[in-house]
Unconditional design. Structure first.
Length: 93
């Protein structure tokens, strides 16, 4: 396999047993294959987490830049939102 770096890892006995079981069941050809799949899954989650953090930071900065805080009546805002999403009453004309 070209461009492969060998890395040593430590894991709990339970994880090692799961890895061996995955290989002995025939689902994977080797422990390395199991770890590569796990790394692909983790990499996708990690990239999504990084994107989420970046988006939250941008939203935070946008909120801070929008001006001073304003007191809001949460119940009134909630009632307004409910009215906007409520289906039109068949009796309202």
């Amino acid at each position: 396999m070209p461009n492969v770096e060998k890395v040593s890892i430590s894991m709990t006995p339970q994880h090692a047993e799961l890895l061996r079981d995955a290989v002995s069941s025939g689902a994977y050809a080797s422990g390395s294959e199991v770890v590569r799949e796990a790394m692909r899954d983790w990499s996708a989650k990690w990239m999504q987490k990084r994107a989420d953090i970046t988006k939250l930071r941008a939203m935070w900065e946008e909120g801070k830049a929008s001006g001073p805080p304003v007191e809001v009546d949460f119940d009134a805002v909630l009632d307004e939102a409910r009215q906007e999403i409520a289906p039109a009453s068949p009796h309202a004309r």
